[in-house]
Design a protein around this ligand. Structure first.
Ligand code: FRU
Length: 675
């Protein structure tokens, strides 16, 4: 927006500058009838005078004595919309309607020298042709001393000067009865027709005393014809115009071709002054009549001196005008250069402002960007630092966990042998019938706690095995339904003791036989149910549900272990299967049981999940793939629980059949005891 405003101001400025160079206040059209030296002089005077006025343009067209051409010229000026027309009508009658048209269209019209047959024009300026004709008549009559034959060669018959010059002449000679107009011919203002006409007149008239020529071009034509006939000395020649310059009237008088000529003033300067007065709404006369005077041998020389002087002055004026024109055009050029320079200067200044502003905003943006970059880098460094710390922490945690596990494993190894050594004698002692009830009870307590310790120790060792990828997976055909029903017996006592409603149900008429590692399955089941009983308050409910389902075209066995009265938060649920994860310090346990359950489930290719909410309590769901197999009915008998019967040493022993197969009694036997 800002820049558009600037550009608009500059354009206005340029526009104003351009307008100053190109203002035309007034346009003037000049429709000249003829193209001769008299007209040239008048045209020069008009143009020279126009230079003294500001903003005036003049266009001159010449009809070359042709009415049709002049009508075209006038229409051209009308169409162009000139402010004023100067017309010298070639012939009065044909030009009258055209001049009237221009006048009626509101264009001021000045008639110069030749008139029309109407008064519909703005002003007339010219000499009194009637008066000139009279002066010529009087001059001839007096020169011929009141007696003689005169021949008249007129201008174009239809032009008013020719008519008036004739009328004035006739009026003058009417006072001299012996002055006779013996012949008259139309020479159309030109030399050639004059010569021809005079030729025939000479043949017709043996005595001619004077030739009245309507202008100084007709006169020498007549003279030439007379000279050809050898009669030029017998008559006088009188012309009109008295123009200075080569071959013109003044020179003809000095050369004795003409006896006299009458001044017919061109006065182009006066014509233009009149035009300007009309255009500038100044007062002006409707008719301006210019004077005439005779030029003969008595004053021709002086006249020539004067006219030469005048033309020298005119020349000087022209030169001065030329110089002024040169100066003006130089000034105009300088003005253009100046304004152009100013505009460029303004543009450059504008550009500098723009560049300065953009540099400033660029710098500001750069600063902001660098600051943002610095902050981002700082944040990135912090994040990297935090990430490194987290990595380090997780390494430390991993190491700590590992160390914990190694430590627990080592401790477990150390604990297992003495625990086994405690368990065995306790079992023997319990078999003793001589024990009192108190002793028996106390020994049972010892046995239960030894078993708990052994179970923990075994769990840790198993988990270590699993982590090291050494956990064995020995699938055998098993009927899960009868196994679960068998294992449920072990929890009836706990249910009764805590008044817990323990229920087990399964989808009826369903085959739950599959391949599974029975020992690990048992550990999974016992662990989940032990936890359920542990966290269920008195009078709560523990339920197991066994079912099957199809997932992605595969058959699965699903069992859920749910209990009421305990709720695990979402945060704990996320981590519950992590090793050593404990919900809080108040919960007993090593935090390895559920991690091991998950490991065993995954060893079977299954999945375990947990959901917990206040309404339904906690539900563990275990999905195991249903694997079909060739059974032997005997192997499907529910196995006795091995969880309660602690036999840790069995874990690493090879299967009995295998031992028997490889047994060679001839070889010595070695007993290896591993802790
Ligand atoms: C010039 C001219 C003059 C003459 C005048 C009459 O064109 O022929 O010689 O005096 O016109 O209008």
């Amino acid at each position: 927006m800002r820049y558009t405003k600037w550009i608009a101001v500059l354009l206005c400025f340029l526009g104003m500058t351009a307008c100053r160079q190109d203002t035309h206040r007034f346009r003037i059209g000049v429709a000249q009838c003829s193209d001769d030296s008299w007209r040239h002089k008048m045209n020069d005077e008009i143009l020279r005078e126009a230079m003294f006025y500001d903003g005036v343009s003049v266009e001159i067209r010449s009809a070359a004595d042709d009415n049709r051409k002049q009508a075209e010229d006038v229409h051209y000026f009308i169409d162009k919309g000139v402010d004023l027309l100067i017309i010298s009508a070639n012939e009065a009658a044909p030009m009258t309607p055209i001049v009237e048209e221009a006048y009626q269209k509101g264009i001021p019209v000045i008639l110069v020298d030749r008139k029309i047959l109407s008064d519909k024009y703005t002003a007339y300026i010219g000499a009194d042709n009637y008066e000139i004709g009279r002066a010529v008549g009087n001059y001839i009559a007096s020169t011929l001393k009141g007696k003689g034959n005169v021949v008249e060669l007129t201008g174009l018959g239809g032009s008013t000067p020719a008519m008036e010059r004739h009328q004035g002449f006739m009026a003058a000679i009417s006072n001299f009865p012996d002055i006779k107009l013996i012949d008259k011919a139309d020479a159309a203002w030109e030399r050639a027709p004059a010569e021809m006409a005079m030729d025939s007149i000479l043949h017709r008239h043996p005595k001619i005393d004077a030739v009245y020529a309507h202008n100084d071009r007709i006169a020498p034509g007549a003279y030439q014809a007379a000279k050809k006939a050898g009669r030029e000395k017998e008559m006088i020649f009188v012309g009109i115009d008295a123009l200075p310059g080569k071959g013109n009237g003044l020179e003809l008088v000095l050369d004795s071709v003409l006896d006299a000529t009458f001044i017919y003033p061109t006065n182009g300067d006066k014509v233009l002054q009149l035009a300007m007065n009309i255009l500038e709404a100044k007062p002006y006369p409707r008719e301006t009549v210019m004077n005439t005077a005779v030029v003969d041998r008595t004053n021709a020389h002086v006249m020539q001196l004067q006219t030469t002087h005048i033309s020298e002055l005119d020349q000087k004026i022209e030169t001065l005008n030329g110089r002024i024109g040169g100066y003006l055009s130089r000034v105009a050029t300088q003005q253009v250069v100046l304004y152009g320079g100013l505009v460029i200067l303004l543009l450059v200044a504008g550009l500098l402002v723009v560049v300065y502003n953009s540099l400033r905003s660029k710098n500001r943006l750069n600063k902001e960007l660098s600051e943002q970059k610095r902050q981002l880098e700082e944040q990135r460094d912090k994040l990297e630092e935090q990430r490194d710390q987290l990595i380090q922490l997780s390494h430390q945690l991993e190491e700590a966990t590992h160390a914990k596990l190694v430590f627990f494993t080592n401790i477990s190894h150390d604990f297992r042998t003495p625990l086994t050594l405690v368990a065995d004698p306790v079992e023997h002692l319990l078999a003793d019938k001589a024990l009192s009830d108190d002793q028996h009870r106390m020994l049972l307590l010892v046995q239960r706690n030894v078993n708990i310790l052994l179970r923990l120790v075994n769990q840790i060792l198993d988990f270590r095995k699993y982590e090291n990828g050494k956990m064995e997976y020995t699938p055998v055909p098993v009927d899960i339904l009868s196994s679960f029903e068998g294992w449920n017996e072990s929890f009836q006592a706990a249910a009764r003791k805590k008044h817990i409603h323990f229920s087990f149900d399964n989808i009826p008429d369903t085959d739950f036989r599959t391949l599974a590692d029975v020992e690990k399955l048992e550990r999974i089941y016992f662990n989940l149910l032990s936890n359920a009983f542990k966290f269920t308050p008195e009078n709560g409910k523990v339920s197991v549900r066994l079912s099957t389902l199809t997932k992605e075209d595969n058959r699965w066995i699903r069992f859920t272990v749910s209990n009421t009265g305990s709720m695990i938060s979402a945060e704990h649920i996320r981590n519950i299967f992590d090793r050593f994860y404990k919900i809080d310090m108040h919960h007993a346990g090593s935090g390895i049981g559920l991690a091991l359950v998950k490991a065993f489930v995954e060893l079977h290719g299954g999945a375990i999940s947990v959901e917990s909410d206040e309404k339904q309590g906690t539900v563990f769901t275990v999905d195991l793939p249903l694997r079909t197999c060739a059974y032997e009915t005997s192997s499907l008998d529910p196995p006795a629980s091995s969880v309660s019967e602690v036999s840790p040493l069995n874990d690493a022993l090879p299967v009995e059949e295998e031992l028997e197969k490889n047994y060679d009694s001839s070889k010595p036997s070695v007993l290896i005891i591993d802790d």
